[in-house]
Design a protein around this ligand. Sequence first.
Ligand SMILES: Nc1ncnc2c1ncn2[C@@H]1O[C@H](COP(=O)(O)OP(=O)(O)OP(=O)(O)O)[C@@H](O)[C@H]1O
Ligand SMILES: [Zn+2]
Length: 641
Amino acid sequence: MASQQQLSAIKGAKVLMVGAGGIGCELLKTLALSGFQDIHIIDMDTIEVSNLNRQFLFRKSHVGLSKAKVARDAVLRFRPHVSITSYHANVKNQEFNVDFFKQFSVVLNGLDNLDARRHVNRLCLAADVPLVESGTTGFLGQVTVHVKGKTECYECQPKPAPKTYPVCTITSTPSKFVHCIVWAKDLLFTKLFGDKNQENDLNVRSSDPASSSDHAEDIFQLNKDETIEHYGRRVFDHVFGYNIEVALSNEDTWKNRNKPRPIYSRDILPEEPTKQNGNADKNCATDDQSLISAMTSLGIKNPQEIWSLMENSRIFIEAIKLFFTKREKDVGNLAFDKDDQLAVEFVTAAANIRAESFGIPMHSLFESKGIAGNIVHAIATTNAIIAGLIVIEAIKVLQNDANNYRMTYCLEHPSRKMLLMPVEPFEPNKSCYVCSETPLSLEINTHRAKLRDFVEKIVTAKLGMNFPLIMHGAALLYEVGDDLDEDMVANYTANLEKVLSELPSPVVSGTILSVEDLQQELSCSINIKHRDEFNEEKEPDGMVLSGWQQTPLEKDDCSKTLGNGESTSKTLPSAPDADKYDDSDMVASGRKRKLDEAVNISGEANSSKKPEVLDDDDDDLVMLDDGDDRNPAINKKKRLQ
Ligand SMILES: Nc1ncnc2c1ncn2[C@@H]1O[C@H](COP(=O)(O)OP(=O)(O)OP(=O)(O)O)[C@@H](O)[C@H]1O
Ligand SMILES: [Zn+2]
């Protein structure tokens, strides 16, 4: 039961919710039932069938309608007197500027991507409105509180980079199914159906690289006078047969590993094109490219079953045929998309054949799609718990009860008998470029890099600015905006193509650039340092920004890595490693804190005894910022050791 004080804080509050998806639906319901009277919701999406299992305010009849509006209508049916305002729009639109944010007492995020989260963080800082941030991934979830000047902002902590794998593991020594999936979608799929000119490590390096690359030269090209069946088999034999034989010839590789087995199509499939049991006509009849399916052609129905090696091989060849006959316009431009049925079928089959070759268990299409699309299935209960925690924190924020703010992690396994782990929020990071004035510094070749490289690789990709303005002293070098006249646009476009040292106001070593985003009201200074050379593999941008934090990629014996897409958890701050707790001090932004300051969810301090670890299976919590030696303070504070 809320106290009288809490009730009056709730009643007087004007709340902005961003995101009306899995967390958002739960949150809106909980806000309305907790007595909030004035709620605004922004969501840019429409409802999809796949949302219905957990976004319970939506029904089948709502598919295609605005999430924000339908969520509003659904809640008004059981709380008709609450004022709910919905916006079917992107929160990054200019209408949602600092003045718009200023009208709210608190902002609550139920988003699913880093970009929008960073944007809302900046507007909350600029408008000086507290933010309660949240996220879930399967059983894991977290809620954090960000109040300007009191706690860290959403960007004070480095965000984990997407999971990546060393290229040599993917190309030569896979040991897990995910390695086969990454190989199938990022290398083989791209080689066959994407941009052929793109450098690609598909071919296994043999002890005689010249011979392997000769053989590989035109293997992926469909010859004019060959049938697609023949082409498919040729590719099959090359990647699952020949390449494996080449790899086997490098004996050192296999001294401590199981040797793979070469697989040739003639050993699996009959010489003649297989007679099909399925309904190839269905593929002929459909105009909808997304319905074209090798499973349909072959009469394979159950996506949850693990196909035999023969079925995988047939799907592999059939998918190639369908791409080249029914989707020939796409071939050459495709990138893997988890919602592209034929692409998922091809990748599943290719990954399974490779897995079989390396003695790795095969997987169903359903499982492969999850791995390839980096899908962690959402769990409605986690969303409900997180929504409840958001409201608890929001009420504390409304009462200005700073001593009791908590960031709370929802764990998969109990730690110290608790599934929810509340931790006192950290103070602002004094070197955060978003919420402090600390300048960034950029090493760049000022004689070679163009302004365009700087804008794309730094200002947009790293600093996440939407409407940047770049100044050198009083000289305006670049600007994005809706109200620029033609001459200015022409001038800025010309600047983009100039190298930094040849700009009208030359940018050289020692220059301090000022970069601002007018919409986000974020500005930062960047100290430029000229550097001649960069390591292509370790510094692929050809420039190095310091002061900006992203968790480094996992290191391995290979310096190049391949990713497996983005995970939603990447957008969340990392959870403390509960199982590695001990009672030693931790350092948090210059102050010390003891483990026993972790408190239970009601906000009371826990007893100060040593934590009891019930479950030492720590694979559900990954130290995402581990090893960041560029910022030891942050590293230490999150490690809680
Ligand atoms: N920039 C943005 N502006 C407004 N709403 C956004 C923005 N980015 C994301 N959202 C919304 O945040 C919500 C996040 O919800 P959720 O994580 O449940 O994702 P979903 O798209 O509904 O589900 P799934 O991704 O699992 O299919 C979505 O409804 C999405 O439209
Ligand atoms: Zn910050």
